[in-house]
Write a protein that binds this ligand. Sequence first.
Ligand code: UD1
Ligand code: CA
Length: 460
Amino acid sequence: MADLHVVILAAGKGTRMKSALPKVLHRVGGLPMIDHVIGAAHALGPRSVTIVVGHQADVLKAALSAHSDVTFVVQEPQLGTAHALLTTAPALRGASGTMVLLSGDVPLLSSKTLKTLLDRHESAGAAATVITAVIDDPTGYGRIVRSGEKIARIVEHRDATEQERAIREINSGIYAFALDGLFDALRNVAAENAQREYYLPDVIALYRRQGRGVETLLVSNVDEIRGINSRIELAAVSRIVRQNKNTELMAAGVTIEDPATTYIDPGVTIGADTILHPGVSIEGRSTIGGGCEIHSGARIIDSRVGDRVTVNNCCVITESSLAADSRVGPFAHLRGGAFVGEGARVGNFVELKKTTLGPGSKAMHLSYLGDAEIGANVNIGAGTITCNYDGVAKNQTTIEDGAFIGSDSQLIAPVTVGKGAYVGSGTTVRENVPAGALAVSAGKQRNIDGWVEKRRKKRD
Ligand code: UD1
Ligand code: CA
């Protein structure tokens, strides 16, 4: 195979998005749309990946800084797609072989289709090969004008005649080019069109006039080549990504009660016999075990959930872990590396931050547990609060195995409650509680007999 270089165009303003954010950073399936494109590019094992940026170039470069293996080229001003590709000439000086041109706003293209494109292009020895598709509503796309079997040229929607607009075969904006002679051809493209822009598709007609070989690859899955130019198209493409993910999970044994309202990012894994109720979101790099039940309104982000876990309604779980057979919610908030041990239970209106709740332990009602190490079989009473912040630093609370924390207690960290110790209701724990001890801090209760009756008489 010839050397392969990939160029991704992403300099355009994306006017139709009406957004302060560069178009290609809008998210599809939880990732900026251009990340999907970069992923497909890398899957081809190219010698180089060059991204053409321009509008808000600095924002884009900063957002993509994690991709150390791409080169950025700035196109300023943005005079059209042919001009955009021409700006990569210095970066690709001396390069030979094949260039694959991708668009930052076409995120669903698979690397499989790109490999087919390369095969077709290289086996035909073509100067250019264009991916095309036949779609029901071609509005806005460039149309493939053929003479006989062969592609003759591509005409943009704006420049097309009524007759040409009736053509339903469209240009995907994805091409393979022989690098040989490409930049010379780009220099010969004129801006004689409605937008006064240098159109890359004009290279096709130029090559045909020069007698160079131009091929097309017609893809049958039109979803792959959908471009995103507006929020409406963003929603349409996002829906396709979701449907594909849901279909894949259902085929693998996950019950999704209402796929239309279930939002699962592409990077999520879920075990068989897990049931997802309507309105669940599972995002980022989350993994969910088998036999779980996740109820409506739960949002799980970058978290690990073991087997047979129940997540009740309206829980928010971020960067946390739930071990097998645990149950959380409804209305629980787990974040910052919270860990719920095997068979442990977290009830309603309980927040866990950077806290381990050991196996078999329970915190069922109205608690804040932050920066705490809680052992096995501990009972955390309703309204317990770890006072982990002294205004300057975060401090640690340790509650050892089998301890019992009475309701409405405050644990002023740093503090340790020893193994099997009891903390009476309403205690403010300022000092360590030894194993097996009972801690109480509330004053002795006083009852004033007949007080209610006396007060009433006074008022009368
Ligand atoms: C383009 C094609 C059209 C095709 C469609 C497929 C042209 C002239 N038209 O139209 O035939 O059917 O894609 O989706 O190529 N860009 C730059 N610099 C520029 C202009 C654009 O980098 O000066 C980038 C954009 O950021 C975008 C890509 O090139 O990623 C395509 O540009 P866009 O304006 O979206 O072209 P379309 O009108 O969609
Ligand atoms: Ca586009």
